[in-house]
Structure formats: C-alpha cells, structure tokens
Design a protein around this ligand. Structure first.
Ligand code: HEC
Ligand code: HEC
Length: 493
C-alpha cells in the first residue's frame, strides 16, 4: 500500500489561488497513477498517517495547507486555516482497541467520509481485514461470521454496497412508543439495540454545524459546538474504535479544533474548470471565508439579528449566469448550466406539505418554499439552526430488502394509538417522541461529488437520484433540462 501511495502522490508544488490578503497557500495535488491506486488513496493516506505516527517521524511529512484529490467530476480540495492540513494529530492516531482511527471512516479523498468504491478497494487489498472491517459496527450484525474471506464479503454487505455503518441505539426509557415488531434481515436488532445503517457524515466544514450527527444526539443544548465536537470525539473513539480508556481533554480539544479548521469543497469541474475562476466563489478557500453564525438566514424567526430570510442562500455561481454568451465555448456553456442550477436551487417554488418537523414547527399545513427553506445556511446548505425533518427517506414505502423494518406503536402523547413503520426512527430515538419518527438533520451540501451515495441510508446512489427523489416527493415538476442543471450545480459544491 505504501508503494501505491508513493506512486499516487504528485509531489510537485503548484501555486494555489488565494484571496487577496490571505496567507500564501501551498498545494499538493493527489491524483491516482492508475484507477486502482486512486481508489486506494483514501485508505492509503490513512496508512501514511498511521505509519508516520508509529514511526515517530511525525512533523516530517505534514501535507501542506491545501490538499487536492481527483474525484468523479473533477477534483475536491481541503483547505486548512492553519499552516497545514495536520495529517498526524489524534484524528489520525490509533487510540482505541480495534486498529481504527477517525480517518478509517473519515477519508480525506472522499470529503472526509467513505464511499462504496473506496471501501471495496480496501476490502480487496486486505481480504476484508482492514480495521474498517470490524464486526462491532462495520458488519451488518455484530454476530456475523467473519472467519473466511467469503464469509466476510457477506458479513460486510451494507458497508461494501452503500458504505453504511451500523449505529446501535436503544428505544429510550419513557419513549411515547414501543417497538412492537422487528423485521431484521440480519437477525440482531431489538428494542435494546436497534440497528440503524447510516452514512458517515463528513468530518469537515464542521464550523458551520448547528447540530452534530444525523439525529443530533451529540448536541447538548447550551453547550458550544467545540465542546459538542470534543465530547463526540470521545464517544466516537469508544464506539467505533472500541476504546475503553477515554481520550484526554487535550486530545478531544485537538480533534475538535482540527475539525473546525478544515474546509472542503469541489474545486474543479471537468467541464466548467476551476470553480473559483471568472468571479465565481466555489472551492474550499472561499468556503473557509464564508461568514456564519448560528441561526443565520433562518426562515423560522430564529436569526438572532432578526434579519429576514433570503431564499437566495447559494450565491457562488451567479457571476457565471451570462458568461460567454457571445463568444460561446464548452467551458462557458458548462458554467452557465451551473449558474442556472444554482438559480433553481434558490428560487424554484416547492410546495412543502406533510413534512414532520417543518409543517408542525410552523403550524402551516402547506408552505411554498424552495430547496433553501431547509438548506438555508448561505453557501453551505445545512440548516443554520436545529431542524430535524422527515422527508420520507426512511419510510416503509421506500424500504429495500437489505434494511430492517421497525414497527413502532405510539402508546402515549399526541399520536397515541398510531402505528408507524420505518427503517430508522431517527430523531425519535433521542427525544422519545412519536412526532419525531423519521426525522433527520439537514446535512451540509459541500463536497457532494466525492462522496456518493446520498441520504442517511445511502438510498440515493447518485445526485440525479437525489433530484429525482425531490421531484417526486414534492411534485416539483422539474423539466428535464432543469433537473440536469440542478445536478450540475450540486456537483460543483
Ligand atoms: C467506523 C466508522 C467511523 C469511525 C472510525 C469514526 N466515525 Fe465519525 N461518523 C461515522 C458515522 C457512521 C457517522 C454518522 C453517525 C450518525 O449520525 O448517527 C459519523 C459522524 C461523525 C461526526 C458528525 C458530523 C456531523 O455533521 O454531524 C463527527 C464530528 C465525527 N463522526 C467525528 C469522528 C471522530 C472524531 C472520530 C474518531 C475519534 C470518528 N468520527 C470515527 C463513522 C465513523
Ligand atoms: C423539507 C426540507 C428539505 C427540502 C425542501 C429540501 N431538502 Fe434536501 N435534505 C433535507 C434533509 C432532512 C436531508 C437528509 C435526509 C435524510 O438523509 O434522511 C436532505 C438531504 C439532501 C441531500 C443529500 C445530502 C447528503 O449528504 O446525503 C441533497 C443533495 C439535497 N438534500 C438536496 C436538496 C435539493 C436539490 C432540494 C430542492 C429540490 C432539497 N434538498 C430540498 C431537507 C430538505
């Protein structure tokens, strides 16, 4: 693996574009020498970091401030607001008992998440013994047989096909509902521990978070984001890396500071070129300078400044709207497509009905909004204040045979007497409220092209599938050209 890394890392330095007045940036472009090595790079980088740590040669091989990786539609880059992307800190260290580091699942090349391609490459390279493949939460069930390579291929099926990790959570005490039936293809889940198969959220751009984890369970009201992230790091080390010794206060703080100091975005699109060229504001350096405070641009009256909601929350590519009309050219056409997609994201009317978490929050059965009603944080796309909504991703109707189906019966509260089936109760397992069943946070939308599949359970294989999901769910009636424009925009984030 080390050989592959050496082959894959292009050590030439290129000048990075930095906004006037900012510190000069060093850049290292990491492109695969071959397809296979490219697939392995994410994992291999983890290996570099781990090797460096164990070899004690820590500071010698720090990657510089901008690291760039090829991805399916161009390249993605991570920019560190410090002097380098510190690839040797506790985030990259083996601090548990099963060989995993945070970077086992939060891989820089795939927007600090993981993808099936990358997981499959690691499986092939190690016969399914890489630290990623551990039964506690990598396997479909902790009881799975992993004694042979064949058995392992079956045991890690959801990880290999959709890069899903198993999160085990109980029905909370005093919940309004009871788990009355479990249809689990892996014969493990119960009310003591439901198996929830979820995508690894990117461990980057976290300075913009309003809530931590898909169901917000690592957000403590009244506590700072840094403190939430520090506590989350310790719990991640216990659950994913099976540590029985807590991280030190210094390690937790270092991890939180690392996560809040890195910014990742698509940097170059194969058709449109550099995403910060010709007055556009794409790419990670601009993202690092994006202003943010909790509640910014919230449509539901939670902006502390009282400023009204601006549906045009994405303003990265407006400058490309009329580019090259006279002169023509493919690059200019691709840029106009992205600008049109951004405009659709910001302005296309969507009638929002039946969305638990939103229609009940606003006491309106129907809201005419846009994609940005939920994805409101300017140029980032998550929700700027706590918002958990049920868009129907975990509905029984969308269940695929590889996922469990849970039947919940509401015993008390406003929905008493109702029976609800879901593949993942989401926020309800934290609050115990029936009304919260199927609710998830609105995730950050940067770095999308590097990390398919999408949604908490990886049910949308591509960005086209995401757009198709919304078009049907909200009966938006996107013309086919509009759908393609929207996808081109999402691909440029
Ligand atoms: C086995 C894979 C795995 C490992 C190892 C792992 N994570 Fe994660 N991480 C996940 C998954 C899956 C989620 C989403 C879980 C959920 O929301 O329920 C996640 C979510 C997160 C989030 C939340 C981001 C957000 O947008 O809310 C942070 C922060 C994070 N991880 C940090 C870490 C740190 C720090 C470590 C090392 C101590 C670590 N992770 C190790 C799989 C992993
Ligand atoms: C009612 C609120 C709401 C609206 C409106 C909405 N989204 Fe989302 N979006 C969400 C939530 C919640 C999720 C996470 C859902 C899940 O995984 O269960 C999400 C997830 C996504 C994702 C996947 C992100 C990832 O990391 O997997 C994309 C892409 C996305 N939305 C794009 C859009 C686009 C484009 C529109 C407009 C056509 C839109 N959204 C409208 C709430 C919304």
């Amino acid at each position: 693996m080390m050989t592959l890394v050496r082959g894959g890392v292009n050590r030439s330095r290129v000048r990075a574009k930095a906004p006037a007045g900012s510190v000069a940036t060093g850049e290292r472009h990491i492109s695969g020498a071959g397809r296979r090595s490219r697939l392995l790079l994410g994992a291999a980088l983890t290996v570099i970091a781990v090797t460096i740590v164990t070899a004690g040669a820590a500071v010698a091989d720090r990657l510089p401030q901008l690291i760039v990786f090829d991805d399916p539609s161009g390249s993605i880059a991570t920019y560190a607001t410090r002097d380098s992307v510190d690839m040797v800190g506790p985030f990259f260290q083996d601090l548990g008992k099963n060989g995993r580091t945070c970077a086992s699942c939060h891989v820089p090349a795939t927007d600090w998440s993981i993808t099936p391609k990358e997981v499959q490459a690691r499986f092939v390279a190690t016969g399914g013994t890489d630290p990623m493949f551990r039964t506690n939460d990598g396997a479909d069930a902790p009881t799975a047989d992993v004694s042979t390579p064949m058995a392992r291929r079956a045991a890690y099926s959801l990880l290999l096909t959709k890069a899903l990790i198993r999160i085990g959570l109980p029905v909370p005490p005093n919940a309004e509902f009871e788990l009355v039936a479990v249809d689990d293809p892996y014969h493990y889940a119960s009310s003591r521990e439901l198996s929830l198969y979820r995508r690894t959220l990117p461990a980057t751009n976290l300075a913009f978070l309003s809530t931590v984890l898909w169901d917000g369970r690592s957000t403590t009201p009244g506590q700072s984001l840094s403190d939430d992230l520090a506590a989350q790091a310790d719990s991640a080390n216990r659950t994913h890396a099976q540590a029985d010794v807590p991280l030190t206060a210094a390690q937790r703080r270092q991890i939180a500071a690392f996560e809040e100091g890195i910014f990742t975005a698509q940097r170059r699109d194969a058709e449109a070129g550099q995403l910060d060229a010709a007055s556009a504001d794409g790419g990670p350096v601009n993202l690092a300078h994006q202003s943010y405070y909790p509640g910014i641009n919230d449509p539901f009256g939670r902006n502390p400044t009282g400023a009204p909601f601006q549906p045009q929350s994405m303003t990265l590519f407006g400058a490309w709207a009329g580019v090259g009309r006279e002169s023509g050219g493919e690059t200019a056409a691709a840029r106009r497509t992205i600008a049109r997609g951004e405009h659709i994201f910001d302005t296309k009317p969507i009638t929002i009905t039946g969305i638990a978490g939103l229609n009940d929050l606003t006491h309106q059965t129907s809201i005419v909004g846009t994609c940005t009603t939920c994805h409101d944080t300017p140029n980032v796309g998550n929700h700027s204040a706590a918002l958990f909504v049920n868009t129907g991703v975990s509905d029984a109707a969308r269940r695929t045979p590889d996922l469990p189906l849970y039947t919940l019966h509401c015993e008390s509260g406003p929905l008493a007497g109702t029976t609800i089936q879901t593949t993942d109760p989401g926020r309800a397992l934290i609050t115990g409220r029936c009304a919260d069943i199927g609710e998830f946070k609105v995730p950050i939308l940067r770095g999308l092209p590097a990390r398919p599949p999408y949604f908490h359970n990886g049910s949308a294989a591509t960005l086209d599938a995401v757009v198709d999901f919304y078009d049907r769910r909200f009966r938006i009636g996107l013309a086919s050209g509009e759908g393609a424009d929207l996808v081109a925009f999402l691909r440029s984030l």
